[in-house]
Design a protein around this ligand. Structure first.
Ligand code: NAP
Length: 290
């Protein structure tokens, strides 16, 4: 390809805002999807401090940046600067995707959809299953709302800070008529059994790879499938212990990839052909060794 065709006057700009941002894999995923779809676009990381968030959004809008992803710590704080919020984002109370519109940026949350697609790709279903969610932060909110929408038998939310688990359980009950309980992380009982356990805390993430929110190894005999939202390392201590106990395991890379794909589809009002997307997923997963 000649250099004239790489970036030119018609190139659309997209990006990610977060703080810090240097660890991100989103530019690799989005620019690869852009190439796949032969889209004249570029996706860049933008480090935006909490103090600079409002100005960054206003500036990005004026610069005609067509779409932004939003990561820690801006997912909730950015909402006042948007024209409206759509879909799961309303229930979750956080956005990860902004789409330019003539009235301002519209906010979406594709984390929940990304996780759901990743589960489906791995033949993991939620319907009539008993679910344990460890954590009650932003990722747990996206996970809980998505799971509640898929008719599980019950959801138990276990968090270090009980009040946050209670608040999340209450919020889920506002939207979905399913049994939701909250407990403190250290009171997971040895008589509790779950079909699926979602680890949504940041415990075990690089560089603290020798940590796990679950200290008791017997716990892994009480669950059948373990999903960790963390993707660095590709196998957390939590997943390693689950695998050794005979559980099916899944890391967070699929969620990351498919939330990006959904953001791309929203920005470009398109559907990425499924087979080509799956092929790209396998290619990036292999190259990055996830
Ligand atoms: P967050 O809002 O800051 O929530 C952090 C959660 O971790 C809270 O529940 C917190 O409990 C818990 N926690 C932190 N340190 C703990 C410790 N030492 N022991 C027990 N619990 C602890 O963060 P987040 O946005 O939800 O992100 C959480 C993780 O999900 C991160 O690793 C992130 O990379 C991952 N994530 C992955 C994807 C993906 O696409 N795969 C998407 C989003 C997030 P307290 O309430 O008690 O503080």
């Amino acid at each position: 390809m000649s250099i004239i065709n790489i970036v030119n006057g018609k190139t659309k700009v997209y990006g990610l805002i977060g703080y810090p941002i240097s660890h991100t894999l989103s530019p690799i995923i989005h620019n690869s999807i852009g190439n796949l779809m032969k889209n004249n676009m570029v996706y860049l990381p933008f480090e935006v401090s909490p103090e600079g968030l409002k100005k960054a959004i206003q500036g990005a809008y004026e610069l005609n940046i067509k779409g932004l992803n939003v990561t820690v710590p801006h997912k909730q704080k950015v909402i006042p600067f948007l024209s409206k919020v759509e879909g799961y984002a309303k229930q979750i109370g956080a956005v990860n995707t902004l789409k330019w519109s003539k009235d301002g940026y519209i906010g979406y949350n594709t984390d929940a959809e990304g996780l759901l697609i990743s589960l489906k790709e791995n033949n993991i279903s939620i319907k009539d299953k008993s679910i344990l969610i460890i954590g009650a932060g932003g990722a747990a909110r996206a996970t809980s709302m998505m799971i509640a929408s898929q008719s599980p038998k019950e959801i138990v939310i276990a968090n270090r800070t009980l009040e946050k688990a209670e608040k999340l359980a209450k919020d889920v009950s506002l939207f979905y008529n399913i049994p939701v309980k909250s407990i403190s992380l250290d009171t997971i009982d040895k008589n509790m059994y779950f079909d699926l356990c979602f680890q949504t805390t940041s415990v075990g993430m690089t560089p603290k790879e020798d940590e796990s929110p679950i200290k008791n190894d017997d716990f892994f005999n009480q669950i059948k499938i373990a999903v960790d939202l963390i993707y660095t390392p590709s196998e957390t201590l939590f997943l390693k212990k689950a695998r050794k106990a005979g559980c099916k395991t899944l890391n967070g890379f699929g969620m990351l990839f498919y939330q990006a794909a959904r953001a791309y589809e929203i920005w470009n009002e398109t559907v990425i052909p499924k087979e080509a997307l799956e092929q790209l997923f396998r290619k990036i997963k292999n190259e990055l060794e996830f």
